[in-house]
Design a protein around this ligand. Sequence first.
Ligand code: HEC
Ligand code: HEC
Length: 267
Amino acid sequence: MADHLQMTKTTPKDFIYALLGGLFAPGLAIFLIVMLFLGIQGQMGQPDSGDTAEQAVRARIQPFGVSVAIDPNAPRIERTGEQVYNEVCGGCHESGALNSPKFKDAGAWSKRLAQGYDTLLTHAIKGIGQMPARGGDPDLTDMEVARAMVHMTNAAGARFEAALKKEPVPTAAELARGRVVYAENCAYCHDTGATGAQKLNDAQAWSALIKQGKEYLYHAAINGTFGGPAKGGNDKLSDADTRAAVDYMVEEARVAITAADAKVASK
Ligand code: HEC
Ligand code: HEC
């Protein structure tokens, strides 16, 4: 019994240890909290630490965060035949991939050259066999394709000069007729943009359309395409009158395009 009592008896020494031990843990916690608080305050007080943090963040997002302003109205820079060849056509013609006639290989080109400039250009623009239209780059203008084709064919012995087939220029009388036909049959959509028709002063829409060539536009207007009604919905209209209306529209659109270009140039 006495032994048992002896074991549980707390000596003054035990008491002091227990007391210190009990105080130590909360004391340490309070100490750490105070240190943390002072640490945060100290950091806020440092004048350039915010900048450094911001710089670090900027550096981290940099690869994604760089924004470059691209002006959608900026005039497009036409590329030379050599540039287009290097960027687009060479992908196949440099190595002769897909059995394409190889660059400078006069033998591979001779029969093709005999087809003449116009046919070759039509094939380059519209594609032929495994050769995709415009070499697969729909953004190339006809002239860019023509220059690239000339760059290639002349290297194989041709003596072409890049040019686009001249479209017949409408006479003043045809344009005057077109204006009347347009006012009676086409204006109520193409003046207002109703049903999604391209307005005549929409330079962007019309520069893309004009790039397709008059033949395409005549065909579209006479037969109706992409939501536009055939002959503007007037089936009594002659093909010639419809063409005259298209001529007039293109002429008006060219005025808008020239004005838009001038505006960009003067910026
Ligand atoms: C994806 C591959 C490829 C690319 C890119 C390509 N071509 Fe071709 N090209 C061909 C092939 C294949 C042929 C042969 C087609 C055939 O005769 O069946 C060919 C043929 C041609 C011909 C001869 C057509 C004929 O009537 O004999 C011309 C001209 C031509 N390409 C011009 C171009 C131009 C210009 C570009 C660049 C704007 C270009 N090609 C880009 C694959 C390509
Ligand atoms: C009822 C409305 C309407 C009338 C009337 C109309 N058009 Fe259109 N036109 C359209 C629409 C819609 C489009 C197609 C817009 C698109 O492709 O985004 C269009 C497109 C065209 C195009 C471009 C073809 C293309 O690929 O988009 C031409 C050219 C054209 N019209 C000529 C005419 C002519 C010429 C007349 C009068 C004889 C006429 N239109 C009357 C609604 C009309």
